[in-house]
Write a new protein. Structure first.
Lengths: 312, 244
């Protein structure tokens, strides 16, 4: 009897041990949005496999829905993101504008055939710019002739939000999703601290500084991320929808806040705008770290833990 | 005064115990506890002695609390080549003042990662003996906190090369070398020199990888997205991930 009890007890332990899935940190690298995406999650191995599958599914869907010149403008995802983008457009007085695609095309930032357009070309193209000209009618976005949409300033953040939300719903309590420099992080890092996020310096090797955040998104827009030089002048991809030229006030802007998609859009808006403080007043849960055209750092909006990099 | 006596005196000051507990959390940094009414007389010599043991690095200092000898300390440190940091976060060394509950003989002790750091230095020992035997008793404690230079701490040790998520090469960051990676339809040339690495040649359409500055800190990357090519610096990290 005692032997049987002991055997049953040991068998029970063996079964329970097999059932318990050990949680640990898992990392992987994916390629979407023409860049590297990084996942770092605290979960069991089977959960990580499921998580990767889910993120692949979400990022593929986002990539397909928001590709340049996509013709279907009626999907729920597109309509949802259009409304988010429109809100930032109005809040920023047009500094963030997804109808900027014809301008991006003119400068060669979509095709990769870079060139500096003349004033006449810019003036003509500007007539097609302005999100107000796009309307949602009959469950579809209607564009005026010559208009096209560039979702690059918000789609990646949107994808990150969707992915993070899905992973949290799957029960993954700690981790981050970093897609080409936009990210969302939740829980604590492997050292049981807030996530330590390095912000790239816009001009030098090393970091501008380190954010210590959790349950937040962050996104950076910089004049060094995509540019070409001609006659010693840098022409970068962050175009001012009003002037048609690259915005010149800043070298980089990082926005931190509850949603990565809004951080993504606001980082562009704040980068371009001449009144960035006015924009952030409308988003009290968001803060920004700016590096102006002369390399001077400043802070706007809500403060988040940030230590400037002192290794210089 | 021996170590036990030193700690007894120090820990009787409630304000100091949190500092010692905090010291345990901040690995790699150290603290100097200096008991004397005239820290400006001894600090310069102590710092000189500690530099040889690499306990001290950097050149910027700041005061984290008001100090009765601030002016004298400022003067002595500047004479020794230190600079007063405009921004306290830029300081390699931070000075604070505490008043001990109980007066005691002058002495000093070094703490690292929450433990007494026993530095074997004849000069420092001689200085300690001189302070302890001849100095007037004191209730003044100067706590000097050292922050290790993050560049030295977090400079990478090696470079990992990934293509389509797969590790294809790994090399140390030291020395000088050029590696050529022939991908399906492109060639990427990676160069490393003086502890930094960069992409020297790439036929990708964006050319952002070519425009990226050399990388050297652990965690930094240069990415050639069209080729799914990643150059990553590996080593002890200061950050979990990078944006921008």
């Amino acid at each position: 009897m005692r032997k049987r009890t002991l055997c049953l007890f040991l068998a029970g332990i063996a079964v329970l041990s097999g059932c318990r899935k050990t949680e640990t940190w898992h990392k992987s690298t994916l390629f979407y949005f023409d860049t590297v995406c990084e996942l770092n999650l605290y979960c069991s191995a089977p959960a990580f496999m499921s998580a990767q599958t889910k993120v692949n599914q979400i990022f593929s869907e986002i990539q397909d829905h928001f590709a340049p010149n996509v013709s279907d403008l009626s999907s729920p995802l597109i309509l949802d993101l259009f409304q988010k983008a429109k809100k930032v457009y109005h809040s920023s007085d047009g500094s963030f504008d997804i109808s900027i695609a014809p301008l991006s095309q003119l400068w060669g930032f979509i095709s990769g055939s870079y060139s500096v357009p003349d004033a006449q070309e810019i003036s003509t193209t500007l007539k097609s710019i302005g999100m107000d000209k796009a309307k949602v009618e009959g469950g579809k976005i209607r564009l005026k002739p010559g208009m096209s949409l560039d979702w690059g300033g918000i789609a990646k953040g949107f994808g990150i939000d969707l992915a993070a939300r899905a992973l949290i719903q799957m029960g993954i309590s700690m981790g981050f999703v970093n897609a080409g420099g936009d990210l969302y992080c939740w829980g604590t890092n492997p050292n049981n601290e807030p996530w330590q996020i390095g912000i790239k310096h816009p001009r030098q090797s090393g970091f501008l500084g380190i954010l210590a955040i959790s349950d937040l998104g962050a996104a950076t827009t910089g004049d060094y991320q995509r540019y070409f030089s001609q006659d010693g002048i840098r022409y970068h991809h962050v175009l001012d929808p009003k002037s048609g030229h690259p915005a010149r006030r800043n070298q980089s802007v990082t926005v931190i806040g509850p949603e990565a998609s809004i951080c993504d859009a606001l980082s562009t808006a704040v980068f371009v705008s001449k009144d960035p403080a006015l924009i952030l007043e409308k988003y009290p849960e968001y803060g920004a770290i700016l590096v102006d055209c002369e390399g001077k750092m400043s802070y706007l909006g809500k403060s988040y833990p940030f230590r400037p990099w002192k290794g210089r | 005064m021996d170590r036990r006596d030193f700690f007894k005196k120090i820990l009787m000051t409630p304000a100091v115990a949190p500092l010692l507990l905090a010291a345990n959390r901040t690995k790699g940094e150290g603290e100097l506890y200096l008991i004397t009414d005239n820290p400006e007389v001894f600090l310069g010599h102590i710092l000189q002695g500690l530099r040889k043991f690499q306990a001290v690095s950097g050149i910027n200092f700041s005061f984290s609390t008001a100090h009765p000898q601030e002016k004298e300390l400022d003067h002595i440190l500047k004479d020794a080549g230190w600079h007063r940091a405009e921004n306290p976060t830029q300081a390699d060394m931070s000075l604070a003042f505490r008043r001990l509950h109980q007066a005691t003989r002058p002495s000093f002790s070094l703490v690292k990662s929450g433990q007494i750091w026993d530095i074997r230095s004849r000069k420092l020992y001689a200085l300690w003996k001189q302070m302890n035997s001849s100095g007037p008793i004191s209730r003044s404690l100067t706590v000097v906190t050292f922050s290790q230079n993050p560049i030295r701490r977090f400079s990478g040790e090696s470079i990992a090369i990934y293509q389509s998520g797969r590790l294809i090469d790994k090399l140390t960051l030291g020395g000088q070398d050029t590696r050529i990676y022939a991908l399906e339809s492109n060639v990427i040339r990676v160069h490393k020199e003086n502890g930094r690495a960069w992409i020297a040649e790439s036929s990708c359409r964006h050319r952002i990888c070519l425009l990226s500055p050399p990388v050297f800190l652990a965690g930094e990357r240069i990415i050639c997205a069209p080729n799914q090519f990643v150059l990553e610096v590996q080593g002890p990290r200061s950050v979990d991930t990078i944006i921008g």
